[in-house]
Ligand binder design. Structure first.
Ligand code: FAD
Ligand code: NAP
Length: 862
């Protein structure tokens, strides 16, 4: 039950940066009373605090600005492509003045405690000075990069000279003329400030622990082409930004780096280098942030640029980043950074080789040298994304502390709210695109979402909102799923919390893209605030659920297929369906390199059957996997699952023999299982000739091919051989009953539809034959004494339930069965090698299961 005590304000927000300023304006416009509390003595947030020389935005100014006020858009002209800190601060001051925001901002007020009062349904806020406020809704607009991290260096308070932090630079500026200066840290703040400090200082020593990738900004006047693009149709431009990957309208590149020649790669990288755009880096190719080999090509390109710029090659090598992939730590955009090391009074000290042992009264001691300085500049970064939030003692329902709840990493729903903390919002919180995007776009989206949400509550007589556990857990899973297919988690970055000792290593932002994220937020609203519990006096509503369950890369594939607006396959003739599936297959990545591939024929029951043999590149002989391709008994051939077969071969260190059984409707049931059985018999008899180990034979198949594999196992058992050591059944067809729940739940939209499955069955077997165990192996009267099995089912597959039923039935009959339920996958995604990266762990498990069938250890390189 919610109470109706009137708080001091409808909303209190912490922070008067880009986020807090717009939030205040927006809430006022919606009729809410709002107050902003800010520890600084004026507006600006990041741009109030970070006044170090060289501070600029690294997203072009026309993108890194508000879009909510069309008048502001035309009255404010940026003087440069990448505006300086003073100019951005002036802009925010102008916004505050124009919209008369300062009257509702209380400056010099640090919020220390926020406590939820469940009886009154409101938040009590207390400042450092002990002032108390109450509000119905509490918003942390406190910034992702606003809580400086301690340098964690011994003796920092001992130094007698001048000490500066880039994150709280003196307002009056600093004159380094004639001084010996040290800069510790080579992230964006260090890289921006070093060239300008070097211009003044008598001597500059840079202490580098990790070299960073930086590309030249080529700053200058506003680019006329981009300006024209914006001014041509501002609304369109801004809308494109809102629905872009990173909050800037850039055409995504669909090509992988290794799909083009070395010359073309170099050409694109040169163009990227010349363009001076941070987002252009990852945009040069589609796979730079997911594929280590592709990424390394760009790393090496940048290293070559460093070598060509820095004259002293020993220094150049130290400046060449190693040990993390480009883009996985925030890269920098610089003006003359590498060139600065050609100045005679600038020196680079490598802390990897000689770490700082202590700050001393006179300077810095490293493990092998003593340095004396007049000034030390710490450019050592922030406790990012969560630091400012948990710095406030936020206490929610049942005295739950947010710091405790997030002790093992933040848990949020959409990066907007967190379970246990009703009416508490974060702007650009962990689990949202935030720092991986143009922040102004992400800030505006959050502000507007929150404003709309509060309006919805108020117009529906509701006043408390909180996410559900299900929704939050589902979102966290999705955030991790998105990160796990990228290279990001491999870096010791602040995105991972790795820069702060003791901070849990979890990937903090949402890497799925601004567009995808916005789509999810909109969908949540359109589904009656899916995953939120909403309450008001005498009423409540909750449509519980998870907004994104499909694996992110599978969702992209589905989106792509949707965009083709293809006719349903079951509406095609068999010939056209076959031609179409061949055409689609031609577009796939090839799959891993293996030892060799041979196409041959083997004798079938009524003529020769083609087969394709995949041999590992390790010394033989090898175990053999007889493989049956998918395609609903109608489509496909020995080579149609080529990338998957290569992958199986590499993962299991086995020969894979993919057999082209006869297809329907030309050859209906039982031609396919008869061919399958004959082929397996022949492979067993000819194992030595094939380079295999006699007796080491497993069967595998996908979909209808898994149906054949399962049936072959039953036939071999009943026919007294051949010996089969294991069966790998991926999304198997095991029964002709198309009324199971998974057929209903996944009837449409996941490539294999219920209608298409019906079409396959109609071509394959007459009604009377479908119940034959050689068509529906689940219907066999005896499922005992079958080879050990791995059954893999996919969550969004009409065939999911019959796969599970077969695994259970075999297990009940005493067969050793392992079942993997592939979360978020569809019928066709696990075989999409090189496309659906989220399927890789399951493919690895399939390979491992084959190795286990054969009683062999995994190859060392896996
Ligand atoms: P902030 O601007 O960080 O404002 C938060 C405010 O909350 C601060 O003023 C802080 O004092 C206040 N606050 C925090 N805790 C409390 C408390 N307990 N009590 C009272 N007040 C509190 N992003 C980009 O997209 N492009 C860029 O080019 C870019 N450049 C950047 C350059 C630098 C040097 C830094 C540090 C960050 C940069 N960022 C950039 C990220 C930048 O932080 C955001 O773009 C944006 O400015 C954040 O706005 P905000 O209002 O969310 O937070
Ligand atoms: P940062 O990227 O975290 O860099 C901090 C640097 O300090 C790193 O080189 C780090 O080394 C080093 N460091 C930290 N502790 C150290 C220690 N004890 N001893 C030695 N070295 C130490 O922080 P930042 O440069 O302030 O940038 C943070 C983020 O703010 C950026 O990534 C960016 O998002 C934003 N930003 C943007 C701009 C811009 O161009 N617009 C400018 C500044 C900041 P390790 O890497 O080894 O930890």
């Amino acid at each position: 039950m919610t109470a109706q005590i009137k708080p001091d304000f409808d909303v209190i927000a912490v922070g008067a940066g880009f986020a807090g300023l717009y939030l205040l304006h927006r809430l006022r416009g919606l009729g809410f009373s709002a107050k902003v509390l800010e520890s600084a003595d004026d507006v600006g947030g990041t741009w109030y605090w970070n006044r170090y020389p060289g501070a600029r935005c690294d997203i072009q100014s026309i993108d890194y600005s508000y879009s909510f006020d069309p008048e502001l858009e035309t009255e404010w002209q940026w003087s440069e492509r990448y505006a300086t800190q003073p100019e951005i601060l002036r802009y925010l001051e102008h916004v505050a003045h124009k919209h008369d925001l300062r009257r509702d901002i209380q400056f010099s007020t640090r919020v220390e405690v926020a406590k939820w009062d469940a009886d009154a349904s409101l938040w009590h806020i207390r400042s450092e000075a002990g002032e108390e406020f109450s509000c119905r809704f509490y918003v942390m607009a406190s910034g992702c990069l606003s809580q400086p991290k301690a340098p964690e260096i011994e003796g920092t308070d001992r130094f007698h000279g001048e000490v500066y932090y880039t994150s709280s630079w003196p307002h009056e500026g600093v004159d380094f003329s004639g001084k010996r200066v040290a800069v510790i840290g080579t992230g964006s703040s260090g890289i921006q400030s070093i060239p300008l400090i070097a211009e003044q200082a008598q001597a500059l020593t840079v202490f580098q622990r990790t070299a960073n990738y930086s590309i030249p900004a080529h700053n200058g006047p506003m680019p006329t082409e981009k300006l024209a693009q914006l001014e041509g149709d501002r609304a369109l431009y801004r809308e494109a930004a809102r629905w872009s990957r990173a909050g800037v309208p850039i055409e995504p590149n669909e090509e992988g780096a290794m799909q083009v020649s070395a010359e073309e790669r170099q050409r694109r990288y040169e163009a990227m280098w010349g363009a001076g755009e941070l987002l252009g880096i990852a945009g040069a190719f589609s796979d730079l942030l997911v594929d280590p080999v592709s990424n390394e090509t760009l790393c090496e390109f940048v290293r070559d640029k460093i070598r060509a710029t820095v004259q002293d090659q020993a220094t150049a090598e130290l400046l060449c980043p190693r040990g993390h992939f480009i883009g996985t730590k925030r890269p920098c955009l610089d003006s003359n950074y590498y060139q600065t090391y050609n100045l005679p009074h600038v020196r680079l000290v490598d802390l990897r080789e000689h770490p700082i042992s202590s700050i001393t009264e006179q300077g810095i001691d490293t493990s092998d040298e003593t340095f004396e300085f007049d000034a030390i500049v710490y450019a050592t970064g922030f406790d990012a994304m969560t630091g400012a939030i948990v710095a406030v003692d936020i206490v929610g329902r049942d005295d739950l502390s947010l710091a405790d709840k997030w002790a093992n990493g933040p848990q949020t729903y959409l990066g907007l709210m967190t379970v246990g903390f009703p009416n508490f919002f974060t702007i650009t919180g962990p689990g949202s695109p935030s720092v991986l995007s143009n922040m102004t776009v992400s800030i505006e989206q959050h502000v507007e979402w929150i404003g709309d949400c509060l309006s919805y509550l108020s117009s529906n007589g509701l006043d408390v909102i909180e996410p559900t556990e299900t929704a939050e857990a589902g979102w966290l899973q999705h955030v991790n799923d998105c990160a796990d297919i990228t290279l990001y988690p491999r870096a010791d970055s602040w995105y991972m919390g790795a820069n702060v000792p003791g901070k849990p290593r979890v990937f903090l932002p949402y890497v799925g893209g601004v567009d995808t994220y916005r789509g999810a937020c909109d969908e949540v609203v359109s589904r009656d605030y899916l995953g939120f519990r909403l309450q008001g006096p005498g009423k409540q509503q909750c449509n519980d659920g998870v907004v994104r369950r499909i694996q992110p890369d599978v969702a992209l594939v589905l989106e792509f297929i949707d965009s083709l607006a293809l006719p349903p396959m079951e509406s095609l003739s068999v010939d056209d369906a076959r031609a179409f599936s061949i055409a689609m297959a031609a577009e796939r990545p090839a799959g891993p390199e293996i030892g060799e591939i041979i196409d041959k024929v083997l004798p079938g029951p009524v003529g020769e059957l083609c087969y394709r043999l995949y041999r590992p590149d390790t010394p033989g002989p090898h175990p053999i996997v007889a493989y049956f391709h998918g395609g609903g008994w109608v489509l496909g051939g020995a080579d149609s699952d080529d990338p998957f077969c290569r992958d199986l071969c590499a993962q299991s260190d086995s020969i894979v023999v993919s057999i082209n059984y006869r297809h329907a409707p030309e050859d209906k049931f039982p031609a396919a299982p008869n061919d399958g059985f004959a082929a397996v018999q022949w492979i067993a008899d000819n194992a030595g000739m094939l380079g295999g180990i006699p007796g080491q034979l497993a069967v595998a198949g996908w979909s209808a091919g898994a149906n054949i594999a399962a049936v072959v196992c039953q036939m071999a058992r009943d026919g007294g051989g051949p010996g089969i050591v294991g069966q790998l059944l991926l999304n198997p067809v095991t029964d002709c009953d198309l009324t199971r729940q998974s057929y209903i739940d996944n009837a449409d939209g996941f490539v294999l539809t219920t209608a298409l499955m019906q079409w396959f069955w109609d071509h394959y077997a007459d009604s009377a034959d479908r119940v034959d165990p050689r068509a529906s192996p689940l219907r066999a009267s005896d499922l005992s004494n079958l080879p050990p099995a791995l059954v893999v089912t996919s969550e969004f597959d009409p065939l999911c339930d019959e796969g599970i039923a077969y695994a259970e039935a075999m297990s009940n009959a005493g067969v050793s069965v392992r079942h993997i339920s592939a979360r978020g996958q569809i019928h066709t995604s696990l075989t999409a090698v090189g496309v659906v990266l989220s399927g890789a762990p399951v493919r690895k498990e399939m390979g491992a299961a084959l190795l286990e069938f054969f009683g062999t250890a995994p190859p060392s390189e896996l």
